[in-house]
Design a protein around this ligand. Structure first.
Ligand SMILES: N[C@@H](CCC(=O)N[C@@H](CS)C(=O)NCC(=O)O)C(=O)O
Length: 208
């Protein structure tokens, strides 16, 4: 049994989708980040920077923070979506998600969607960077069916929930043909549909 400490955000959805994909038994413990529950001392013991998601694996009583590390752990443990011979490629695309795609699109959410009008510089900067991210993902997906290799991996699982916020990005996902194809194919997976709505059962995946 895995306990998933999380909130209903793209980083949270990465792990609920992975757990659905690999079919592990898990329970969700909500950390209400709007009420600062992530700063409670018992949570900081699990996640030093007060970030969700975290898992505890009761098979070995290990707790793991950082969504990329959690995906690698679950990929290794399940033997799914993180094959040994593909790891050099998967690791690069996973690290690109962790280091660039998530943090930069996260800033775009802050400046463009949640706090418009506060900083013209921030709005322009992260709009431009997010558009570039869409373009580079589209370029990659022109040459490859999925991000890392020709099959679905934890790099796709890490990246997809960020693109699933496309309605608030105002970049125009439909104009990126290869990214749209990849987005829609993943959106049709049963585990993705379940993992997407893990906290809000009625929640529908945004269409393009
Ligand atoms: N690099 C971390 C980022 C996680 C992250 O940014 N989590 C956000 C929610 S999506 C959070 O916990 N925010 C609470 C806060 O910053 O106080 C990961 O991928 O696990």
């Amino acid at each position: 049994m895995i306990e998933l400490f999380t909130a209903d955000t793209p980083n949270g959805k990465k792990i609920s989708i992975m757990l659905e994909e690999i079919g592990f038994d898990y329970k969700v413990t909500k950390v209400d980040i709007s009420k600062d529950e992530q700063f409670k001392p018992e949570f900081v013991k699990l996640s030093p920077f007060s970030k969700i998601p975290v898992i505890t694996d009761y098979d070995n009583n290990e707790s793991i923070f950082e969504s990329g590390a959690i995906l690698m752990y679950l990929g290794e443990k399940s033997g799914k979506f993180y094959e040994q011979q593909d790891r050099l490629k998967i690791n690069q695309w996973l690290m690109a998600q962790m280091g660039i795609i998530g943090p930069m699109i996260g800033q775009h959410h802050q400046f463009h969607h949640y706090n418009p009008g506060k900083s013209e510089f921030g709005e322009e900067r992260y709009f431009k960077i997010t558009k570039r991210i869409y373009q580079e993902l589209d370029n990659r997906l022109k040459d490859s069916k999925f991000l890392a290799v020709e099959k679905y991996t934890i790099a796709d699982i890490a990246t997809w929930p960020w693109i699933a916020r496309h309605p608030i990005h105002d970049i125009g996902l439909k104009n990126f043909k290869n990214l749209s194809r990849w987005y829609s194919e993943i959106a049709d997976r049963e585990a993705v549909i379940k993992g997407y709505s893990f906290m809000d059962k009625g929640l529908k995946i945004p269409k393009i």
